[in-house]
Design a binder for this molecule. Structure first.
Ligand SMILES: Cc1cc2nc3c(=O)[nH]c(=O)nc-3n(C[C@H](O)[C@H](O)[C@H](O)COP(=O)(O)OP(=O)(O)OC[C@H]3O[C@@H](n4cnc5c(N)ncnc54)[C@H](O)[C@@H]3O)c2cc1C
Length: 307
């Protein structure tokens, strides 16, 4: 059977002003933004392009989307900075959990193509980078059309709806990401399965915490079920914040049941493999936290004995 193949129109604005003009000229047509292209090109129906009326706006040549800057309080990255560049530029200052999340995403060659903007705006599945940035309270700048072009900063969590779906104005450009430079007493990241090949079963979990003597004084925890959404709630944070360390076996059982019941209330019919992964990641985190606290208090006791 003969299928007509047409090439899409590709626009390559070189600055934000040219980008705004392109959007204004094509606002009534079906256009989409192209960043690293890693998610777009892995869509099952992307090739061959049977739709002839496609307008692709490549963001690659927009100089200011490749910039990044840093001061004592935060680092700010343009949307087209690759996640590899972020890991390299922020190696000494960014929260370790962010570097762990980046380094666990795909392989180095693909990480060089994946942009931070694309990671946050991918709609087909939720990325672990989005969830880690959410517990780090990252903010994003959006540029969108509403009679004229607007630009506004939002907390990252506000650009997703309660099901984790991207909820930004049609055709909006995510232009910058701002990440606070701060460290935590404890950071844990675990990812299992591939969000691209097996989003139904994949899972990632991220937690940051601060300790005060033998208890948790601050905690942010998030679970990412790539095909369903983020599980991120103050009740889960409070549950972790109530913990005394090391966590006893009986308390561990109660907390694990609470976490699982909470996730199951939010997402019905979780596959067995994904449920086992949630249990596994949570178990590893509590075990690791206990070990850290015990080795720390052991070191303090030894210091006191030596005096
Ligand atoms: C081999 C491979 C392995 C992977 N492994 C992992 C993994 O382990 N963990 C994980 O979380 N993910 C993984 N991914 C998914 C990866 O995170 C996404 O493909 C990536 O985040 C998309 O980024 P991109 O820059 O390529 O975006 P693109 O593919 O160019 O775009 C993605 C979507 O975002 C929109 N978009 C892009 N930039 C902007 C912007 N600035 N403003 C508004 N909208 C925008 C585009 O229109 C498109 O809809 C993997 C992907 C591949 C190919």
């Amino acid at each position: 059977m003969y299928v007509e193949l047409r090439s899409p129109n590709i626009h390559e604005p070189e600055n934000i002003a040219a980008y705004n003009n392109t959007i204004l000229n094509y606002r009534d047509t079906d256009f989409f933004l192209w960043a690293g292209g890693t998610e777009i090109m892995s869509r099952a129906d992307f090739y061959p392009a049977v739709r002839g009326n496609m307008e692709i706006i490549s963001l690659d040549k927009i100089e200011e989307l490749h910039h990044f800057l840093r001061n004592d309080r935060y680092a700010e990255f343009g949307a087209m900075v690759s996640i590899n560049e972020i890991a390299q530029a922020g190696k000494l200052v960014l929260p370790r959990i962010l570097l762990d999340t980046i380094n666990s995403t795909a392989c180095r060659t693909v990480r060089e193509r994946i942009t931070i903007g694309g990671s946050l705006c991918t709609q087909r599945f939720k990325t672990s980078l989005a969830s880690t940035l959410m517990i780090l309270d990252a903010a994003v700048e959006l540029r969108y059309m509403k009679k004229r072009m607007h630009s506004k900063w939002f907390q990252l969590s506000r650009i997703y709806d309660k099901n984790g779906a991207l909820s930004i104005p049609e055709g909006a450009l995510l232009s910058k990401v701002r990440i606070a430079i701060q460290q935590y007493d404890y950071q844990f990241f675990r990812t299992m399965g591939s969000p691209v090949r097996d989003p139904e079963n994949a899972l990632s979990m991220a937690l940051v915490a601060r300790f005060e003597q033998n208890s948790v004084s601050y905690a942010r925890i998030i679970f990412t079920l790539p095909s369903r959404g983020f599980c991120y709630n103050r009740d889960l944070d409070n549950m972790i914040t109530s913990l005394h360390l090391p966590v006893s076996i009986s308390r561990y059982g109660q907390v694990e049941d609470f976490v699982l019941d909470f996730i199951k209330d939010n997402f019905k019919d979780i596959p067995h493999l994904q449920e086992s992964r949630i249990r596994g990641a949570f178990h590893d985190m509590i075990k690791d936290m206990n070990e850290k606290v015990l080795s720390y208090t052991g070191a303090i006791e030894r210091q006191q004995q030596d005096r």
